[in-house]
Ligand binder design. Structure first.
Ligand SMILES: NC(=O)c1ccc[n+]([C@@H]2O[C@H](COP(=O)([O-])OP(=O)(O)OC[C@H]3O[C@@H](n4cnc5c(N)ncnc54)[C@H](O)[C@@H]3O)[C@@H](O)[C@H]2O)c1
Length: 258
């Protein structure tokens, strides 16, 4: 990857996760500086071990704690002079998340949508406020999913313990619509704040072989992807090459949803 993020500082939430850690890697490889935030302190330490601390700063931050997010933004600003963009790759959920439709309790539905969709709302609000206060261009990339805009193909999960939970559909559709909302809200405020979504297909993580084969039948060439397959789209949206890309949803799924 070329240095398309040279001298840019990018905040990444969920940075210790499967996709987040690949984003940290891609931002650094593209010449940027990464502020890696997560609740998983051990995962953050792994990032420091891999990348050092010249261009990487890590912080224990809970996305649903407004003060801790604001603190992270302002200390990134103090350290590097500015924050140019952010990626939200966090995946908060409670221990009962991931159940079949008839097994989802109302309290769990509310808790999981509150944590995930609510957390993405809070983070978007913090980024927009930062851009406004500092009068700086800002590019925010929200991780959505193919399931934000398509209904699940439930047959790919048949005979496995997996499913696609109803909360996820609500959360990701909500994130995509909120992304449009924030762009519309910010448009008249005289600051080049832009937010876009990237919607990955499934990421390979030791899933059931039968599922992988069925899933792959709907794809063009690879099937389930690696987290690194998603990062080109994210780096593009963070870069100046995407300066006029506003409020879009870039689907990266090897054709699964087509
Ligand atoms: N893995 C997939 O197949 C896939 C597919 C499409 C979309 N996505 C989306 O991509 C994003 C990342 O997914 P992933 O597979 O890398 O997830 P992951 O579980 O591997 O990583 C998520 C990270 O978020 C962190 N996190 C959770 N709650 C947090 C909070 N409150 N504050 C800060 N950090 C918090 C976790 O500690 C973890 O490191 C999610 O939005 C997910 O919905 C994933």
């Amino acid at each position: 990857m070329t240095s398309v993020l040279h001298a840019k500082t990018v905040l990444i939430v969920g940075a210790a996760g499967r996709i987040g850690s690949a984003v940290v890697d891609a931002v650094l490889s593209a010449g940027g500086r990464a502020i890696a935030l997560d609740t998983d302190a051990a995962g953050l330490q792994t990032l420091v071990d891999a990348h050092g601390t010249d261009a990487l700063v890590c912080g224990s931050v809970d996305m649903v704690d407004r003060e801790s997010v604001d603190r992270a933004l302002s200390s990134a600003h103090d350290r590097f002079g500015a924050v140019d963009g952010a990626v939200n790759a966090a995946y908060p959920r409670n221990t009962r998340y991931g159940r079949h439709f008839f097994d989802v309790e109302y309290a769990d539905f509310c808790e999981n949508t509150g944590l995930h969709m609510g957390g993405y709302f809070l983070f978007m609000q913090a980024c927009a406020r930062y851009a406004l206060e500092h009068q700086r261009p800002f590019s925010l990339v929200n991780l959505s999913s193919i399931y934000g805009s398509m209904v699940p193909r439930f047959e790919v999960y048949d005979g496995t313990a997996m499913t696609m939970p109803i909360e996820y559909a609500a959360i990701k559709a909500g994130i995509e619509h909120m992304t449009g909302y924030v762009n519309a809200y910010m448009k008249s405020r005289n600051v080049a704040f832009r937010a876009n979504c990237v919607s990955p297909g499934g990421i390979l993580a030791g899933q059931d072989e039968q599922f992988l084969a069925r899933y792959g039948n709907h794809c063009l060439s690879k099937g389930m992807l690696d987290a690194r397959d998603i990062t080109g789209a994210i780096v593009f949206l963070l870069s100046d090459g995407a300066r006029y890309v506003v409020g879009q949803n870039l689907v990266v799924d090897d054709g699964f949803s087509i």
